[in-house]
Design a binder for this molecule. Sequence first.
Ligand SMILES: NC(=O)C1=CN([C@@H]2O[C@H](COP(=O)(O)OP(=O)(O)OC[C@H]3O[C@@H](n4cnc5c(N)ncnc54)[C@H](OP(=O)(O)O)[C@@H]3O)[C@@H](O)[C@H]2O)C=CC1
Ligand SMILES: O=CCCC(=O)O
Length: 332
Amino acid sequence: MTRQGISPKLERGGKAGGTELKGRKRRNSMATAAATDVPPAAPGSTKVGFLGIGIMGYAMASNLLKAGYEVTVWNRSPDKCKDLATEGAQVAASPAEVVAASDITLAMLSDPEACLAVATGSDGVAAAMAPGKGYVDVSTVDAATARQVAAAVRAAGGLYLEAPVSGSKGPAQQGQLIFLTGGDRQLYEASAPLLEVMGKASFFLGEVGAGANMKLVVNMVMGTMLASYAEGLELAKQCGLQQSDLVDVIKLGAIASPMFQLKAQAMIEGSYPPAFPLKHQQKDLRLALALGDEVEQPLPLAAAANELYKRARAEGYSDADFSAVMAVVSTD
Ligand SMILES: NC(=O)C1=CN([C@@H]2O[C@H](COP(=O)(O)OP(=O)(O)OC[C@H]3O[C@@H](n4cnc5c(N)ncnc54)[C@H](OP(=O)(O)O)[C@@H]3O)[C@@H](O)[C@H]2O)C=CC1
Ligand SMILES: O=CCCC(=O)O
């Protein structure tokens, strides 16, 4: 995995570049390990847990199995674990059972409420957490939630890493995600081999909350730009232009974006099979707007985009792909 976008600021702030990470691993192997340290992940020795087998969790856990890791999974709706069981996963009855069976447990859950329930509920993560174990939460949540989960894990003696991802269903299937991490550096280093299986880049951004904030900023930009693209497609149509011509013009110019290319056909055809569910995009805009309030940053464009996604939810597009924002700007 390459580690991209290493600015001097990020390096100073603790960004783990490829060579820096290797050097650090060498230094760690010479130092005496602390009792709380999580051993570096390796297939054949590390037992991995995975909580939340939705669109993203399924693809990520499947890649860990393919890489030779022993993986124990749990999902609130147990049926979704069946395919992974066929691929070789063990299926547990609760998050606590997964953590008890695992050295490092990852979670890919829908929202702050789900993450708190799974981490702190009865039979939750904290109930089985112990020194020498780690919890890597890759869900998209706000910084306050990440800090609450971190506190519960650390109080039980475990290490915590937030690691929300940039990249959707396709990159998850292809092992091409980008991890935006913060928290316990030792766990970041120990889990680097797992992140390398699932992703193409990772950023260590500092304290818990930095990863959550980075992810919310990225998704705020993404949600706003797709809403703007939808308005452009609709305006083109209403003034008699071919929408496919607009797609081609944008593709060749300075505002070209892989996301526009990826979503154009669905938006023109009005069919939105879910890769990134619209309800999650709206959740991310809601959390980004709350972050804006917290730091007193006006976000008028994101606020307007959020209203479109809220309307799309109200009109029944929650579980459709977020490109279904097109449906509520369309005047037909
Ligand atoms: N899809 C994407 O492109 C991307 C998504 N993300 C983020 O990843 C996370 C997961 O996304 P995705 O896989 O698409 O979503 P899904 O809706 O497919 O999966 C959500 C998962 O959360 C579980 N869940 C929801 N509520 C609870 C609860 N109260 N207790 C326990 N488990 C719960 C669901 O369980 P059940 O099956 O029982 O409902 C399911 O396993 C979200 O935070 C999303 O914002 C990040 C990057 C890309
Ligand atoms: O949170 C979802 C991100 C989707 C993407 O980065 O393509």
